[in-house]
Design a protein around this ligand. Structure first.
Ligand code: C2E
Ligand code: CA
Ligand code: CA
Ligand code: CA
Length: 279
């Protein structure tokens, strides 16, 4: 009836307003975040499952707003993509990673490869290879010390266009890693056609090994495929010893996850490197 309609309207409207106001506030703050220097990078070690030494690291973006506190990239990256901010953010990340590579190399703290995540939109909205080349030049970094993590959605629109970008990155010496592997919907044929170096087994699969049979078989199949295509393999989201043991069995050398370390601030990462230096 009208009565109920009016009541539910009154109950619902303020909540809607609050939510859209909150979203607008986040949008406006995100638009200012780069300029206000509110982004930072955390670094998660990639560990050799057999020797337990650091073989690399992944840079993960953090946004701290003075009023909102820490906002998760899982929330603000999709928003940044919607608002057309992602290419600028990716460029900031690539430069910040290159700067950090240079600093750690000069100080003798870390000289392994560091990966940066880039949005699939960077393949259509910007010039990814040019952004990377510029950053390598500005910070005087050897391309072999940089890795770019992409997802399958980067080449769904045009495999040929993506291939050009990836080839240009390879020419700079940069490594290419396919993130969230196994969660996309594209045909696997692209794996043979694109110059990809590494598969990252998605955390959603890792979470369910070895207990869930079907899931474990998928991880086995991914590992077998990586080995036969001579691709490197990284498992993400490894939290438990029995997951690590299962992955070792499959000859998966590189491990990322809370079992060894959460993503670390620059200072924490330096301490971690100190503690894990080869004897
Ligand atoms: P991703 O690239 O798949 O990154 C892995 C996520 O898993 C990270 O979340 C990491 O902190 C988390 N993680 C690592 N080990 C474990 C574990 O053992 N257990 C659990 N439960 N989680 C673990 P984070 O940092 O919140 O990032 C979320 C996503 O946001 C990333 O997923 C990536 O898609 C995106 N992202 C993060 N940084 C950037 C960036 O600089 N640029 C772009 N374009 N996207 C980014
Ligand atoms: Ca990643
Ligand atoms: Ca993932
Ligand atoms: Ca991802």
């Amino acid at each position: 009836s009208k009565e109920i309609g009016r009541n539910s309207f009154q109950l619902y409207k303020p909540a809607m307003n609050a939510r859209s106001l909150e979203r607008m506030a986040i949008e406006n703050k995100l638009k200012q975040a780069l300029k206000n220097n509110e982004f930072s990078l955390y670094y998660q070690p990639k560990i050799d499952s057999f020797t337990h030494q650091i073989v690399g690291a992944e840079a993960l973006l953090r946004w701290h707003d003075s009023e909102l506190g820490f906002i998760s990239p899982a929330n603000f990256i999709p928003l940044a993509e919607e608002l057309g901010l992602i290419v600028d953010i990716d460029i900031w990340v690539i430069n910040a990673v290159c700067k950090q590579i240079q600093q750690w190399q000069n100080k003798g703290i870390f000289d392994r490869r560091i990966s940066a995540n880039v949005s699939a939109l960077h393949f259509t909205q910007g010039n990814l290879a040019q952004s990377v080349e510029n950053a390598l030049n500005i910070w005087q970094v050897d391309g072999r010390l940089l890795e770019i993590e992409i997802t399958e959605s980067s080449f769904i629109r045009s495999l040929e266009d993506a291939k050009k970008v990836l080839k240009a990155l390879k020419q700079l010496g940069v490594s290419l890693s396919l993130d969230d592997f196994g969660t996309g919907y594209s045909a696997l044929s692209y794996l043979a056609r694109l110059p990809i170096d590494t598969l990252k087994i998605d955390a959603s699969f890792v979470a369910k090994v070895p207990d869930e049979y079907g899931n474990s078989q998928i991880v086995k199949a991914i590992a077998a495929m990586a080995h036969s295509l001579e691709l490197n393999l990284v498992a993400e989201g490894v939290e438990q010893a029995h997951q690590l043991a299962f992955l070792q069995e499959l000859d998966c050398h590189a491990i990322q996850g809370y079992f060894f370390s959460k993503p670390l601030s620059v200072e924490q990462f330096e301490l971690f490197c100190e503690a894990h230096r080869p004897a």
